[in-house]
Design a protein around this ligand. Structure first.
Ligand SMILES: CC[C@H]1O[C@@H](n2cnc3c(N)ncnc32)[C@H](O)[C@@H]1O
Length: 483
């Protein structure tokens, strides 16, 4: 069947579903009517979609950590600690890397070995192997709404299991969980597979159960220009809306220049609204999520708290509905529950101090919003052209042609011709635009901003700036100044 941005019919969806549920024995535990009945009992305060609606209406920024360990009891203890001692408003379950690659046999080995070792030997929660039974145990043990966070190109079985278990949000998308997370999975396959995941949410919606979907904003988390991540977020929002998703959180990963980061969130929310309305989805409720710094972290915990606090402050001043929290163990690896809770308390303290405050509009902020929207518009219009009016087909073509190009992506389907670098205030600009069809004024704007830095640093504007920027934060600075 040719790829198209069209809502799957019930026949198409249910015939795919039969095969999806055979990918692992726990798929047989998923009974749709039983899942509907179970989800209908989820109280409003434990429904991710509803808690986000409430937060947006009240102008609050909610704090959510990442967290996941191999065994059910330990995972429950971890999540309870993060809500009780950390104060988390929303809970994750970060899914392990084997599950993300559908390597369920290795998950089983990881679970068995973790039981023998008495500690987690997986880097996340293997939700498919634990099945509906195990995931419901987790859901029933906690107070807050719970979301699956992962990086799964084919998340169809995972989505079936987590939603049947009362988990009312799922992160990811056909672009954002392919390009940064896979080497050679075709864009066409992941768009189709995520149409399935979104259609499942659309099905529950038709039963009166609203679930939240969250495209993964940061992508590679390495000097990603705001207009690149916003373009991907808006495309995934449009694809999800077509499948019947009505509650979407679009996201963005902190780049470090305060005005540009706030402009990115404001442009993202406004332009997502503009495109959803224009293409016939006014019913979709939009929230935003700001991811604290996704690049290299300082190992020194006090410095790490500095990075975490700036991320929390930026999220608050931007008016993001949610902020994803980092921990002082980021440079080391999987955090202890204590370190994870510290990151949340740091974040909530910062959010509370800035409660109700927003960065006021200014000529600088207005300019950054305008340039991000203009760059995003160039890419989205070009996606429509090469897709002959279809966003799904257009996305596949756009990556083939390098019209959308994500820096430092492992996927062979990403052109990798675009290169970013910071300007003299640390804002991320386009050093090379590759095949991205920007207008000349956009190209000139980015070049001028980088020339300013070159002049200040008395060096040529070259890829060396990019390299210096990549290591800068880990060394304690935002901009990679020449040594
Ligand atoms: C998106 C990548 C980020 O997710 C975080 N992460 C991944 N797995 C876990 C985990 N199991 N527990 C806590 N944090 C985690 C970590 O901050 C990493 O940089």
């Amino acid at each position: 069947m040719e790829l198209k941005n069209k809502k799957l019919t019930e026949d198409e969806f249910f015939s795919l579903r039969k095969e999806v549920l055979t990918h692992w024995p726990t798929g047989q535990e998923v009974d749709l009517q039983d899942a509907v009945d179970y989800l209908k009992k989820v109280p409003a305060e434990k429904n991710f979609a509803l808690k986000l609606r409430k937060a947006k209406e009240e102008g609050l920024t909610l704090a959510q950590p990442r967290a996941g360990v191999a065994l059910i009891e330990e995972h429950i203890a971890l999540l309870k600690y993060l809500e009780d001692e950390g104060g988390a408003d929303l809970l994750p379950s970060t899914i392990d890397s084997y599950t993300r690659q559908n390597r369920y046999p290795e998950c089983q080995i990881g679970i068995d070995e973790s039981m023998k070792a008495g500690r987690s030997l997986l880097n996340g929660f293997p939700a498919v192997n634990h099945g509906v039974k195990g995931c419901r145990q987790v859901y029933e043990a906690i107070r807050n709404p719970i979301q699956a966070r992962h990086g799964t190109p084919d998340a169809r079985l995972l989505s079936e299991i987590i939603h049947a278990s009362g988990w009312t949000s799922n992160e990811g998308g056909g672009i954002s969980y392919n390009i940064p997370y896979a080497k050679s999975v075709s864009m066409e396959k992941t768009i189709r597979d995520w149409q399935y995941c979104d259609r499942l949410v659309g099905f529950y919606n038709e039963q009166g159960i609203e679930l939240n979907r969250e495209p993964f904003g940061p992508l590679t988390g390495t000097l990603v220009p705001p207009s690149i991540s916003n373009t991907v977020a808006i495309l995934e929002a449009l694809l999800a809306a077509e499948q019947g998703v009505t509650n979407l959180t679009v996201g963005y990963g902190q780049c470090g220049n305060l005005i540009q980061d706030i402009a990115a969130i404001r442009a993202l929310e406004e332009q997502t609204r503009e495109y959803l309305d224009h293409f016939g989805y006014p019913q979709v409720f939009i929230t935003t999520v700001f991811h604290q710094w996704m690049g290299g972290f300082p190992a020194d915990e006090a410095k790490a708290f500095g990075v975490i606090s700036v991320g929390a402050a930026t999220a608050a001043l931007a008016g993001a509905t949610k902020v994803i929290v980092k921990t002082p163990h980021e440079a080391l690896g999987i955090p202890t529950k204590e370190a994870n809770a510290q990151g949340i308390r740091d974040t909530i303290m910062t959010l509370n101090l800035l409660k109700g405050q927003r960065m006021p509009m200014s000529p600088e902020l207005a300019k950054e919003i305008q340039i991000i929207k203009a760059e995003t518009r160039c890419m989205l219009q070009s996606v429509l052209e090469v897709g002959k009016g279809d966003f799904a087909r257009g996305t596949v073509e756009a990556f083939k042609l390098g019209i959308i190009d994500v820096p430092f992506a492992p996927s062979k389907y990403n052109a990798g011709k675009m290169m970013p670098a910071r300007d003299n205030q640390g804002a991320v600009r386009y050093l090379m635009t590759g095949n991205i069809p920007f207008t000349q004024d956009i190209i000139d704007f980015n070049k001028e901003k980088l020339m300013e830095r070159g002049k200040f640093e008395n060096r040529e504007v070259t890829f060396q700036m990019t390299v210096d920027d990549i290591f800068a934060v880990g060394k304690g600075n935002l901009i990679g100044r020449p040594e």
